[in-house]
Design a binder for this molecule. Structure first.
Ligand code: PDD
Length: 286
């Protein structure tokens, strides 16, 4: 992680950055987070990330720890102090510190806020995109409000670990009807048999990904055919192309699901085109 981390009002060396063992994030996963991409020094889709953070906090009735303006300043300060050019900023806000008891603290405690930076060399993502990544499927064992970006990620962690053990990069979570919800840390997309770009519609069963939202705008501007609908694992296996989106992966071609090649087993032209469009958008941000 970063050399300097923001913790509850202070900028501290990261190895000294810590929160109380009675932080409700630590004890109950009672908190939310954001991962905001930094590309060539620019914060990508900052407004959308801050708006999703506000919504996640409101859904869980957690007070905003600082104003939006103050948070913007903290993000810039952490970016500058860590000389961050490419990578991401991690924001975590929890209900704060209180003696362990399930109901909300009464009177309310001040929400905790942590902001850290992670540098990722851009070549890493580019090499992965040239080769494409592998995905494995796993049952979607999460709660019924995964539209809230909560820090309670145990099912996601277990699915990603199982994927890693099978040599895959991501897990696609499959709902009780055999339909793909999303990736454990990304949104899931296919280019279907007709050549239509497809991703699942928003609702309580997927995270409203920021990369997803921005990419839909880029797809519309490009005039590509696009549909928001559910698709099954079987349809994905028979699709022309598949890919994932997220702040850390951007648009990443998927070439293999559960050991079966997608299309000709190489990154598809639509996925690569969309990756390029997203790069152009990011390069012109800020
Ligand atoms: N994950 N779905 C899930 C379950 C996610 O965790 C993420 C992001 C996404 C994509 O959202 P966005 O485009 O806003 O990054 C979809 C982040 C990167 C993470 O947990 O590290």
């Amino acid at each position: 992680m970063s050399r300097i981390t923001y913790v509850n009002g202070r900028y501290v060396p990261s190895r000294e950055a810590c929160v109380s063992v009675e932080d409700r994030g630590y004890q109950f996963a009672d908190g939310v987070y954001e991962v905001c991409e930094v590309f060539g020094g620019a914060l990508i889709d900052e407004d959308r990330h801050l708006e999703r953070l506000r919504r996640s906090l409101a859904e869980l009735k957690i007070e905003e720890p600082v104003s939006k303006a103050a948070l913007r300043t903290i993000l810039r300060e952490i970016r500058a102090r860590n000389r961050l050019r490419n990578g991401y900023l991690y924001i975590q806000a929890t209900r704060g510190v209180a003696h362990r008891d399930h109901p909300f603290p009464d009177p309310p405690t001040r929400a905790s806020l942590v902001v850290a930076a992670k540098s990722i060399p851009p070549e890493k993502g580019e090499a992965a995109a040239r080769a494409g990544v592998k995905v494995t499927s796993a049952p979607d064992l999460r709660w019924k409000r995964v539209d809230i970006k909560s820090i309670a990620l145990l099912p996601n962690v277990l699915a990603r670990q199982a994927a890693k053990e099978k040599g895959a990069y991501e897990a696609w979570l499959i709902d009780d009807d055999g339909l793909v919800s999303e990736g454990a840390a990304s949104n899931a997309w296919i280019v279907d048999a007709r050549g239509v770009v497809v991703t699942r519609q928003l609702g309580h069963s997927i995270l409203p990904g920021i990369t997803r939202t921005t990419l839909i705008e880029l797809i519309a501007a490009e005039g590509l055919t696009f549909e928001e609908r559910k698709f099954s694992l079987d349809e994905a296996l028979a699709a022309r192309e598949a890919f994932i989106t997220g702040a850390t992966t951007l648009v990443m071609p998927v070439v293999d699901i559960d050991g079966k090649p997608i299309g000709d087993g190489r990154p598809g032209p639509v996925a690569l085109k969309l990756r390029g469009l997203f790069h152009d958008f990011a390069a012109h941000s800020n």
